[in-house]
Ligand binder design. Structure first.
Ligand SMILES: Nc1ncnc2c1ncn2[C@@H]1O[C@H](COP(=O)(O)OP(=O)(O)OP(=O)(O)O)[C@@H](O)[C@H]1O
Ligand SMILES: [Mg+2]
Length: 144
């Protein structure tokens, strides 16, 4: 938003049925959606087709890595979810992340994290490893 504007963050529980699942290329079921909308420049269809490509950026040299959205895409897919972008030039953009809902006990996750820490050291500490995993997920990525 080069001239300022408004950002809206929304969360919701969503049931994705068979038709929605086919449309979004994800399994049907219960998801948490996290949508971030802005009133910025918006994007053309041509631009939208490229935004998930690693290192694709329209920012000047040295200002953008082009990794922002490609990492969001990798994270969503590795988590069994999806990311969708809705945009109109001159009006703004909405990016929605769909993540599968967790039905287990909260403690289960903590136990799994502790076991993981015991085996491999502190998870998520190695930035290079995180980048490798995020980029690896893009080998067969598709646009929105
Ligand atoms: N909310 C948005 N509104 C308009 N264009 C966007 C938006 N988000 C991304 N884009 C376009 O998609 C391109 C790729 O975005 P991405 O987040 O992957 O990289 P970047 O923002 O250029 O770099 P970095 O994330 O490292 O700052 C951007 O350069 C921009 O052209
Ligand atoms: Mg970015």
């Amino acid at each position: 938003m080069p001239d300022g504007g408004r950002i809206t963050i929304e969360t919701a529980n969503k049931w994705i049925d068979e038709a929605g699942a086919r449309q979004h290329d994800m399994p049907p079921g219960q998801y948490l959606s996290l949508c971030v909308s802005d009133t910025g420049t918006g994007m053309s269809a041509d631009l939208l087709a490229k935004v998930f490509e690693p290192f694709f950026t329209t920012k000047p040299l040295g200002e953008g890595t082009g990794l922002g959205l490609s990492m969001v895409y990798g994270f969503a897919r590795q988590s069994g979810g999806q990311v969708r972008i809705y945009s109109a030039v001159g009006e703004g953009t909405t990016v929605c992340l769909y993540l599968p809902r967790h039905y287990g006990e909260a403690g289960e996750d903590r136990r799994r994290q502790t076991a993981c820490r015991g085996r491999t050291g502190r998870p998520g500490r190695d930035g290079a490893d995180r980048r490798r995993r995020a980029l690896g997920a893009h080998a067969g990525h598709r646009g929105p």
